[in-house]
Design a protein around this ligand. Structure first.
Ligand SMILES: [Zn+2]
Length: 300
């Protein structure tokens, strides 16, 4: 979206939050159903948005149905507030929701819409996390028919998915799913937690914040309610493993910018081929930088 784009002058035709009240009500009802049946992919009438499906329209519809003039919104893409997708979605909300505040600080936000990451900083009961989902059904890798997948979900039959994970271990000595790791919610439904890294999956477990997942193209909404059990699919003798950030000598890598040793790192490769590592969560990185900087540097 062009940064200088403005809505047509006849703004009276636009309701707050772009969606009409009927659409918002339907999405809110779907959210309530999704919360009542944790992990269940609840169908809804995904509306056409003025952007292509696949650009976060599912997450955006959740955000627009929930946001009120007292809310403070943060939008991130791969942990960054400044990437194209995040900037465009934030700009769209600013255009269509006058009075709504936006922020880049995780702690200040009441509503966080995210693509591919859960913020590093633990979320609170006062916050809602909305995740953009490209493919909502973890069973799609083993069963092409949606009707049959629905039966499998209903019966809690994930044997074929477990067989796929087992075959991975036999063939590659490692489960090859790096993102979208299948996660069982509240002891029954297995969800695709959207393309978050494995590192973020444990944050879904007993999360204080409500986590909502929206797939616009696939017309599904599902939820991980606060204080809900979320367990990645594993075998008794093969524990769940998150990304390994150790260097050749076995030491945990630190962020080259802020020095944090407890964050998810992005690997950067410079033109000369040298590698560096930096926090993927830009707000967390800035915060650690401010904490670690001496008072003189902060004042400079
Ligand atoms: Zn950092």
């Amino acid at each position: 979206m062009n940064r200088h784009y403005e809505l047509p002058l006849d703004e009276a035709a636009y309701s707050f939050g772009f969606l009409d009240e009927f659409a918002k009500r339907e999405i809110r009802r779907t959210i309530l159903k999704a919360i009542s049946i944790p992990g269940y992919q609840t169908p809804y009438a995904s509306r056409e948005m003025p952007m292509g499906r696949g650009f976060g329209t599912g997450g955006l519809q959740l955000t627009l149905a929930l946001i009120g003039s007292n809310d403070t919104l943060k939008v991130i893409d791969q942990g960054s507030d400044d990437s194209v997708n995040a900037v465009n979605l934030r700009h769209f909300v600013e255009l269509t929701c006058p009075q709504v505040n936006t922020t880049e600080r995780t702690s200040e936000a009441t509503l966080i819409q995210s693509r591919h990451r859960i913020p590093e900083q633990p979320l609170s009961e006062q916050q809602i996390l909305v995740l953009q989902v490209p493919y909502p059904d973890p069973l799609v890798v083993v069963e092409p028919s949606e009707a049959r997948r629905k039966v499998m979900h209903g019966e809690g039959d994930y044997s074929r998915l477990l067989t796929k994970l087992y075959e991975d271990i036999v063939q590659f000595d490692e489960i090859t799913i790096s993102h979208r790791y299948p996660t069982r919610i509240n002891g029954h439904y297995v969800i695709d937690p959207s393309p978050i890294p494995r590192y973020d999956v444990p944050q879904l477990h007993q999360s204080k914040a409500l986590v909502l997942l929206g797939a616009g193209r696939e017309k599904k909404i599902y939820a991980v309610p606060p204080y809900t059990h979320a367990a990645p699919l594993v075998f008794d003798d093969v524990p769940f493993r998150i990304e390994d950030f150790r260097d050749a000598s076995g030491a945990r890598r630190a962020c080259d910018r802020c020095g944090a040793c407890d964050s998810f790192l992005d690997e950067m490769i410079a033109d000369d081929g040298s590698k560096s590592w930096q926090c993927s969560d830009s707000d967390y990185c800035n915060e650690q930088l401010a904490v670690n900087a001496s008072p003189a540097e902060v004042n400079a």
